[in-house]
Design a protein around this ligand. Sequence first.
Ligand SMILES: NC(=O)c1ccc[n+]([C@@H]2O[C@H](COP(=O)([O-])OP(=O)(O)OC[C@H]3O[C@@H](n4cnc5c(N)ncnc54)[C@H](OP(=O)(O)O)[C@@H]3O)[C@@H](O)[C@H]2O)c1
Length: 312
Amino acid sequence: MTADSWTEAAIPDLSGRTAIVTGANSGIGYEATDMLVANGAHVVMAVRNQERGEAAAEDIRGGLPGSFTVRTLDLASLDSIGSFSQEIQTEYDQLDFLFNNAGVMAIPRSETEDGFETQFGVNHLGHFALSAQLLDLLIAGDQESRIITQSSGMHERGVIDFDDLHHEQSYDRWDAYGQSKLANVLFAYELQRRLERTELESVRSVVTHPGYADTKLQQRGPEQDGSTLRLWLMKLANTLFAQSARAGAWPMLYGAIAPSIEGGEYVGPTGLLNMRGNPGVQESSDRSSDEEVAERLWEVSESETGVEFQIE
Ligand SMILES: NC(=O)c1ccc[n+]([C@@H]2O[C@H](COP(=O)([O-])OP(=O)(O)OC[C@H]3O[C@@H](n4cnc5c(N)ncnc54)[C@H](OP(=O)(O)O)[C@@H]3O)[C@@H](O)[C@H]2O)c1
């Protein structure tokens, strides 16, 4: 099926395939989980709050033939990422898909347990550390596996500020979000280059964005600020302009499953302003293709998280 017409109806039987979805209790992660389970996959729903995860799991409409389990993963804690990865290493022999999807957007400045600015810490560093610790399970399967990292069109606004990565000197919530989402693209491309150099062709790294999807993402900043007016405006904008969370999850599924997708590709909706519609391959920003910045970011990410990829 071509990109112009791809919908979830094109998802093949995924029986016997195992996926981890971060942020699986809400929005795009929830819808991706539902589609994977409906098509026979086994999904580890990785959620930061077990209760919220269990509540979301009750609504999984897919039901049989797939299955799922809910596990705690707080991407704002390197300890939690380590424990989660250990648990998965013990219970699973291999993985087929890792969806690095969870995220926060434009929240007031805060820090993770390890002292990282939260948007950079959760959206990029947390997923970096998680991917490193699960890579051997992704390599282990008989079939090709994929790491799908969720970015945003907002990566185009991003600049990696190596002098103030955690925005300690000055903080603009949208600049911080843009930096974290640019880091997602740089990471996904650099991972693909390293996999290729190591001739690990059974794993592909793909980066996606959902366009503009109606989820809770847009509410989190105003909620934390206690701004009822901004909360109301965000909800109104979602109602008027956003596509459904379900359609927002299509690029991740397309990026994970379509045989035509190569490692190192950027996938998003191809409709109006790349904000909605059927998924396809797109161009990311020039800054996201800067290999020097990507290498430097990789080194900084290893040293900040204390986690190394066992490739190269
Ligand atoms: N919606 C859009 O228009 C849009 C556009 C561009 C990119 N994106 C990207 O799409 C991804 C999914 O967002 P969404 O739109 O589905 O928003 P959402 O409904 O707010 O879902 C975000 C998910 O991330 C989880 N999360 C937040 N902090 C976490 C942490 N410390 N550890 C583990 N999980 C954490 C949330 O858990 P809780 O529910 O427990 O808070 C939730 O499950 C994000 O990466 C976002 O940047 C979305």
